[in-house]
Design a protein around this ligand. Structure first.
Ligand SMILES: *Cc1c(COP(=O)(O)O)cnc(C)c1O
Length: 395
């Protein structure tokens, strides 16, 4: 179906942060298949885990115990706020389940009228009918019939608007610690703390969408850890499988307890193959010093990007995001699509995001030398995109 605007590139092979096309062209991948190939391409440990599991047993369904899923769930519980995990296959599915979980919680508490999730302008939560309603973007909703009920949107970062929106129908606040698709816009740490406080004050749940920000992308395992808060429930996907489709809902027991047999499910969710991949990714990310390394290389990249933005004021306005989820905010005269093409022409893969931002989300395993190489290629892409008037003025 004509769903996508694809670039005319097809990759045959990858290694670490690099991809090669069939005709031998090499690209530095600072998109990671949209923040998903978290430990790079063809990571030997991930490849081996998938190959070995595929040769044993791939799929049995949730009619039976799945040791690989039990292991992955207990490791996620040990390293997060959560008591309990549900596995699925994508970010939208994780969010869909998270929305069901917050509604069920209030229904079981005797408050079925509390079914509204407050979301934020600029959010992205997925493409299923409910997550589309949670996303709330008119462009994405158009033509798909009546939006699923139970979502309300307020401006991102506006605590007064958020508090005004809370009433007797509110079930939860759902937020990305850093809006990814919406433009790599970080919530301030103070805003996240105030959301936690408001949720506690009104007896509603704090639901974090860490599909893009989680699994080490921010330099901590979960981005909300920078704020020192804990959600009640959280979604994860993208980087959690390192490129293998895997999603998860993590929750406190007081929420998870109500998702009894028959309330929710997935045929594929958490199958042996997907969880073997998830465990292999966790082996890498939880290895001593790995996240410190992500933080270090991210700070190196940020320093270079801030200099680059300073050197190219006719192209870039600033740098935003956190860790290795970075947005280069572009001047209105330069579109992010144009900049993305210019970067690709120089051999650097990036991803556009909302609000005219060029998104960089390299694999978490990049070296400082690879960050420097990306900066060099981006510098050339900036020259390609410098409007001719600005170029003349600089002469
Ligand atoms: C990508 C994304 C989703 C949707 O994930 P899919 O796997 O495409 O369904 C949801 N929320 C956020 C924050 C995302 O970045």
């Amino acid at each position: 179906m004509p769903t996508y605007n694809r670039a005319d590139l097809a990759f045959e092979r990858g290694e670490g942060a690099w991809l090669w096309t069939g005709d031998g062209r090499r690209f530095l991948d600072f998109g990671s298949g949209i923040a998903t190939a978290s430990i790079g391409h063809a990571h030997p440990h991930l490849v081996q885990a998938i190959a070995e599991q595929a040769a044993r047993v791939m799929h049995t369904s949730n009619l039976y115990r799945i040791p690989q899923a039990e292991k992955l769930a207990s490791r996620l519980v040990e390293t997060s706020f959560a008591d309990s995990v549900f596995f699925c296959n994508s970010g939208a599915e994780a969010n869909e389940g998270m929305i069901k979980a917050v509604r069920k919680y209030h229904a079981e508490q005797g408050h079925p009228e509390r079914f509204v999730t407050i979301c934020f302008e600029g959010a992205f939560h997925g493409r299923t009918l409910a997550t589309l309603a949670a996303t709330g973007n008119e462009k994405y909703l158009a033509g798909f019939g009546p939006a699923v009920q139970g979502f309300r949107h307020v401006p991102f970062g506006n605590m007064n608007a958020l508090r005004d929106a809370i009433d007797g129908t509110t079930a939860a606040i759902m937020v990305e610690p850093i809006q990814g698709e919406g433009g790599v816009r970080p919530a301030s740490l103070d805003f996240l703390r105030q959301l936690r406080a408001a949720a506690d004050e009104f007896g509603i749940l704090l639901a974090l969408d860490e599909v893009q920000t989680g699994m080490g992308r921010s330099g901590k395992l979960w981005a909300h850890q920078w704020a020192g808060i804990e959600p009640d429930v959280m979604s994860s996907a993208k980087g959690i499988g390192g490129g293998f489709p895997l999603g998860a809902i993590l929750a406190k027991e007081r929420v998870a307890q109500y998702l009894k047999p028959g309330t929710h499910g997935s045929t594929y969710g958490g199958n042996p193959l997907a969880c073997a991949a998830g465990n292999a990714v966790l082996d890498v990310i939880l290895a001593p010093g790995f996240l410190d390394g992500v933080d270090r290389v991210a700070r190196h990249l940020w320093r270079g990007l801030l200099e680059l933005a300073h050197r190219h004021p006719a192209v870039a306005e600033g740098v935003q995001g956190a860790g290795l989820l970075v947005g280069l905010k572009l001047r209105p005269e330069v579109s992010n699509g144009e900049m993305q093409n210019a970067a690709a022409a120089e051999g650097l893969l990036t991803v556009a995001a909302g609000m005219n931002v060029l998104r960089l989300a390299p694999p978490l395993i990049i070296t400082e030398a690879e960050a420097d190489e990306a900066l060099r290629l981006l510098d050339r892409a900036c020259l390609r995109c410098t409007p001719s008037k600005a170029r003349d003025a600089a002469k």
